[in-house]
Design a protein around this ligand. Structure first.
Ligand code: 3PG
Length: 314
């Protein structure tokens, strides 16, 4: 019987990307089942019963999903961050998990600049703003997305700084950014852009002490995960500093936290505080294609050749 690949995306890919994913699976003789824009976890629990493989985005794969997934061998997160997969649970069931690192990096980088310019030009309200040239941007984490932002920053004539506990300072310098020795050291720069995964170490780690250190016009950019920011501290910083800005495409899920932040700004939405309607750094045709096709190819290579290059560990 042909293998079944379930495409389970609560936030759907562009239609063109889905056609390309289907071209890869059907060339391998596999059947692609689409569960897009689904509204309840029950839909996912039902659909997963027949799946040999799964392609997901931020969709949660936890013990409840795995309990229903009798045939599942592999789940590929079409994207970078995999905090939505319970890796202990997948490992416990012998299911291989993968991500597709780097495939949506450029899309996120372009969004970072979109938000920076919107804020620097006062949400296009006609008043005098400022230019990005010669300003400093510091990266917390220097993986694929940060490097893509850095490349654009170089084009804008900005100065880049970076801290990444897993990358030697010499390598950061080689890539044209100035290495910074500590997380706190990043917050001496006007822009700090977060590119760390959500882990026990990073959760709520961006707190008041760090944010209050930022120079005038200090701006935090978060295209990583909302949970990395200490939300209650952020509200206090907005109240304490009229110059502080927060630009993010990962607004708190919690409505009350969102409202508290918006109220604390007391300023026109779009200059000091930018939230997008949904997490949308990876919402481009190109990123959907890149991530989706990479995921489909990784599934085929896994079944046909035992390829596990992008396998994740708990
Ligand atoms: C990622 O980790 O790849 C990005 O945050 C994109 O996530 P999404 O697929 O939910 O848009």
């Amino acid at each position: 019987k042909a293998r079944t690949v379930l495409l389970a995306t609560e936030k759907a890919f562009a239609a063109d990307a889905v056609s390309k994913i289907e071209a890869v699976t059907s060339a391998a003789g596999y059947k692609l089942v689409r569960l897009e824009n689904y509204k309840s976890k029950d839909d996912l629990l039902k659909a997963v019963a027949d799946a040999d493989a799964m392609i997901i985005r931020s969709d949660k794969v936890d013990q409840a999903v795995l309990d229903k997934a009798a045939k599942l061998k592999i789940v590929v997160r079409a994207g970078a961050g995999y905090d939505n997969i319970d890796l202990k649970a997948t490992e416990g069931k012998g299911v291989v998990s993968m991500n597709t690192p780097g495939q949506n990096a450029n899309a996120v980088a372009e969004l970072v600049f979109g938000m920076m310019i919107t804020s620097a030009r006062n949400n296009y309200d006609g008043t005098s703003g400022f230019e990005l040239v010669n300003r400093s941007i510091a990266f917390y984490g220097f993986g694929a997305v940060a490097r893509a932002v850095h490349k654009l920053a170089q084009g804008f004539g900005m100065k880049s700084f970076a801290y990444d506990p897993y990358i030697p300072a010499a390598k950061i310098a080689e890539m044209g950014a100035t290495p910074v020795a500590t997380v706190a050291g990043l917050f001496e720069h006007q822009y700090v852009s977060l590119h760390v995964p959500l882990t026990d170490e990073t959760k709520a780690s961006i707190n008041k002490a760090l944010l209050m250190k930022m120079p005038k016009g200090g701006t935090l950019i978060n295209t990583a995960r909302c949970e990395v920011v200490h939300e209650a501290d952020m509200v206090e910083v907005f109240k304490a500093r009229q110059d502080f800005c927060y630009l993010c495409d990962v607004a708190p899920d919690d409505k009350a936290a969102k409202e508290a932040m918006t109220a604390a700004v007391g300023d026109k939405f779009g200059k000091r505080l930018i939230f997008t309607a949904k997490k949308m750094g990876a919402q481009t045709l190109e990123a959907n294609d890149n991530c989706g096709v990479a995921a489909a190819n990784q599934i085929v290579a896994f079944f046909e050749k035992g390829e596990t290059r992008f396998a994740l560990k708990a």
